[in-house]
Design a protein around this ligand. Structure first.
Ligand SMILES: [Ca+2]
Ligand SMILES: [Ca+2]
Ligand SMILES: [Ca+2]
Length: 375
C-alpha cells in the first residue's frame, strides 16, 4: 500500500536515580516501502561565472532502496549525470546555461524534482564607495553611496543594514534595513539615506556601522562591505586646547600668536586687535612677518562652531607686550628659540646699530646656549 511517511515520538519518562538531560524525546520517521522516492531538498538556482565550477544537488529519501538518479538539462538527459550531485568543472554559457531537474527512481517508481536555473554570467560586484562616513547630528540625514561593478547584466540587489555602536537607534539615528536594487543594465551609483536624531544634549562623537548583506544570487561583495560612521555632536561648544599666551616680540623678527581649538564641528576663527576685527585673519594663527612697532596691542580670537543655542561661542584673548627696537639683523628673521642650537653656537648674531631711536644694545647670550663651566 502506498502511503505517506509516518512519524512516532519516543519520550523518556519516570527517570529515577538520574536527572534528565535536555533531550528526552526523539522522533522516528517511518518511510513507506511502497512509494517512489521523496525529494526533501530540490536543486537550487545558481549564477555561475564562466569557467567556474558549479554543483547541483538533490536530497531524496525513500523506504525502498536503492535510489538512482538522472539529471536533465531542459528535456535532455545529461550523459553520466547519475548521482545525487551533478558537478561541472568549467561553466560554459552555451553548454551549461539552462533549467536543470533530476529524476530520482526506486523500484516503486520515479519522482522529478522542481527546476533549478543555472545562469552562466559574471557577477555584479556591489560595494560601498567609502569605508568611512561622518555627519553632524543636525544634518538631518546621512547619505551612503553604493556602486555596481562587474556585470551589468541582470537585476541585482543588496541589503544595507545598520548596527548600533556607541551611537544607538533610535536616540541617535533611525535604524532600518534598506534593499538597494539595480535593474538590468543599470550601473549608476545608488544612495541610502539614514535619518539622524538631532537632540539638545552635549555629547561626545559616536559611531555606528552600515553593513551589506543578502546579496542577490548573481552579485558578490566588492571592496567595501561596511562603513564606519562617525556621528558628531552639534550641542557641545568648542574647547580651547591651547590658550593664547602673552608674547614679547622683537621688531624686525617674525612672530605669531596662535590658539588651539577642538570641536566636533567646523571651527571658524576671527582675530581682533584691541577689539577691532582684523580682516582676513581667519585661521588659528596670526602671523607677524615681521613684527613692527604698530603691532603692539591686545589681541583676541573668537572660535565659532555652527552650534545650536545651548552654548555661547568661545573666545580667548592675550596681550602682545610692547615690541622692542631690533638689535638683530633683519635678514635673520627667525626668533632665537627657533634657531637650532648648533646653529646658534656657530653663527652668533652680530650686533648692528638700530635704525630706531633707542641706542643699540649688544645682545647677551641666551641662557639656553651658555655652557656651564666644565668641572
Ligand atoms: Ca545625539
Ligand atoms: Ca543637537
Ligand atoms: Ca547632541
Amino acid at each position: 500500500m502506498v502511503e505517506n511517511s509516518e512519524t512516532a515520538t519516543l519520550t523518556l519518562t519516570g527517570i529515577t536515580g538520574a536527572s534528565a538531560s535536555s533531550t528526552t524525546s526523539t522522533t522516528i520517521t517511518i518511510l513507506d516501502g511502497d512509494s517512489p522516492p521523496q525529494i526533501l531538498t530540490p536543486p537550487q538556482t545558481l549564477f555561475v561565472p564562466p569557467g567556474s565550477s558549479f554543483s547541483l544537488s538533490v536530497g531524496a529519501t525513500s523506504g525502498t532502496l536503492p535510489l538512482s538518479y538522472q539529471w536533465y538539462l531542459g528535456t535532455n538527459p545529461i550523459s553520466g549525470a547519475t548521482s545525487a550531485t551533478y558537478t561541472v568543472t568549467a561553466a560554459d554559457v552555451a553548454l551549461h546555461q539552462g533549467n536543470y531537474s533530476v529524476v530520482v527512481t526506486n523500484s516503486n517508481g520515479s519522482t522529478t524534482s522542481s527546476t533549478a536555473t543555472v545562469t552562466v554570467k559574471n557577477p555584479a560586484i556591489l560595494t560601498f564607495t567609502s569605508a568611512t562616513a561622518s555627519a553632524i547630528e543636525n544634518d538631518g540625514t546621512l547619505t551612503l553611496t553604493l556602486q555596481r561593478g562587474g556585470s551589468d547584466v541582470g537585476a541585482v540587489s543588496v541589503d544595507v543594514a545598520l548596527t548600533n555602536g556607541t551611537a544607538t537607534s533610535p536616540s541617535d539615528f533611525t535604524s532600518s534595513t534598506t534593499t538597494v536594487s539595480w535593474p538590468n543594465g543599470d550601473t549608476a551609483n545608488k544612495t541610502v539615506s539614514i535619518p539622524l536624531t538631532n537632540d539638545a544634549i552635549a555629547e561626545p562623537a559616536k559611531n555606528f556601522q552600515a553593513l551589506l548583506s543578502n546579496y542577490s544570487l548573481d552579485a558578490i561583495p566588492g571592496g567595501v562591505t561596511a562603513v564606519e560612521i562617525t556621528l558628531l555632536d552639534d550641542d557641545a561648544g568648542p574647547t580651547i586646547t591651547q590658550p593664547l599666551v602673552a608674547r614679547r616680540a622683537v621688531t624686525g623678527w617674525n612672530s605669531s600668536l596662535s590658539i588651539g581649538v577642538q570641536s566636533q564641528t567646523t571651527v571658524t576663527h576671527q582675530w581682533f586687535k584691541n577689539g577691532v576685527l582684523i580682516p582676513g585673519a581667519n585661521t588659528n594663527t596670526l602671523n607677524f612677518t615681521p613684527v613692527s612697532l604698530t603691532d603692539y596691542g591686545i589681541y583676541s580670537v573668537e572660535a565659532t562652531t555652527p552650534m545650536t543655542t545651548m552654548f555661547p561661542t568661545s573666545s580667548s584673548s592675550s596681550s602682545v607686550s610692547p615690541p622692542q627696537p631690533s638689535t638683530q639683523p633683519p635678514r635673520h628673521r627667525r626668533p632665537p628659540h627657533l634657531v637650532p642650537r648648533s646653529q646658534a653656537h656657530s653663527i652668533p648674531p652680530k650686533p648692528i646699530a638700530s635704525s630706531k631711536s633707542k641706542p643699540p644694545r649688544t645682545p647677551k647670550a641666551s641662557p639656553s646656549i651658555s655652557r656651564p663651566p666644565l668641572t
